[in-house]
Design a protein around this ligand. Structure first.
Ligand code: TXA
Ligand code: MG
Length: 321
């Protein structure tokens, strides 16, 4: 089940099956992006609503041309940040089935910075549609074992590429209208600071839910609120506020460990590094979820660099975003 056999994974993709795929951000649930039936299996396995479109993964910028209309600005961003944690939303080509894009005329496209993912895409010779390999609304996986725990019976095999280096999902940037400035749909593994170096401006951050409502005419606003949710109530605090001391609770702290008795606690980065906090976030949330604590207390991390993505995931986990 958990394997390092890329050739077997390529065969599974060609046969229309699903594969657990490591990337530098989180593990993906991979399928042939050009095979509508395989793509529908991805939605079914994740219990993901059909209005939430998938990312097509490519091996390089050249390959992106088959699936998206690549503007000059998009090319420039690809040169600067691919392979890497930047997903671009661009006008799609006819090659992308409607099942991938939920009927939108745009497609999200990215080139992952992981040797096994690139070998899988190159070996398959196709774009790979892959959402994060977790059940819909739950915490994203950063190890092969995480994928096995939630989706092990739905995949032909899981490629083991080790623990994900970055640990939060890619940044999603909308570039579908060249006449308008780019918009950040999801803060992620590429910091807004790095993006702005190439864009020349800090992209406006638009709530993904807002865009989805606008473009996909969602009937119930806030439907996608509780993403990355642990299976217990969660409460967030600023770092300047004191902890509520509760012996039955679990705690997720920034750089200072908890000094009172509690059910479980994880300190994300004793060295106070936002990159380290990002890489450890999802595994820490899974560990605290498994502790059996009746609730989870967490604190915001500094907002710079990948801290923005960490805080976004914390807010979503606590249903505040
Ligand atoms: O790091 C990542 O991006 C991981 C790894 C596996 O590559 N993938 C990932 O996929 O996080 P997923 O499906 O969990 O998140 C993709 C996000 C979704 O929130 C989706 O709504 C948005 O991208 N998206 C996809 N296509 C879109 C489109 N055409 N327009 C707007 N948003 C889109
Ligand atoms: Mg996801």
């Amino acid at each position: 089940m958990i394997s390092d056999d890329v050739a077997a994974a390529v065969d599974a993709i060609h046969a229309g099956q699903l594969v657990g795929m490591p990337t530098e951000t989180v593990y993906g649930l991979a399928a042939n992006a050009c095979d509508a039936a395989a793509v529908l299996q991805v939605f079914a396995a994740k219990q993901r609503p059909h209005f939430d479109p998938l990312i097509v993964h490519v091996a390089d910028a050249d390959m992106a041309n088959a699936y998206a209309q690549v503007s000059q600005q998009a090319q420039q961003l690809m040169r600067a940040f691919w392979p890497g944690p930047l997903t671009l939303v661009l006008p799609k080509t006819a090659r992308v089935p409607d099942e991938v894009t939920s009927g939108l005329d745009t497609v999200a496209i990215r080139c992952p910075d992981h040797p096994m993912a690139l070998a899988l895409i190159r070996g398959a010779g196709l774009g790979i549609a892959a959402p994060s390999a977790n059940l819909f609304g739950r915490i994203s996986p950063t190890t092969a074992a995480h994928v096995a725990a939630q989706l092990g019976d739905k995949v032909a095999l899981i490629l083991d590429g080790g623990a994900c280096r970055i640990g939060v999902e890619s940044s999603v940037l909308a570039l579908f209208d060249e006449t308008k400035p780019a918009q950040l749909l999801r803060p992620g593994g590429l910091s807004a600071e790095d993006l702005s170096q190439v864009l020349g401006y800090v992209p406006e951050q638009v709530q993904l839910a807002e865009v989805e409502r606008e473009h996909l005419a969602l009937s119930a606003p806030g439907q996608l609120k509780s993403h990355y949710a642990p299976q217990m109530p969660m409460q967030l605090k600023q770092r300047s506020e004191p902890w509520i001391e509760d012996g039955d609770a679990a705690y997720l702290t920034w750089s200072q460990p908890i000094s009172f008795a509690c059910r479980a606690s994880v300190c994300l980065s004793p060295a106070a590094s936002v990159d380290e906090a990002a890489s450890r976030l999802f595994a820490a949330m899974r560990e605290l979820e498994a502790s059996g604590a009746k609730c989870l207390y967490a604190e915001y991390v500094p907002e710079h660099g990948l801290g923005a993505a960490v805080n976004d995931r914390l807010r979503r986990a606590a249903s505040l975003a």
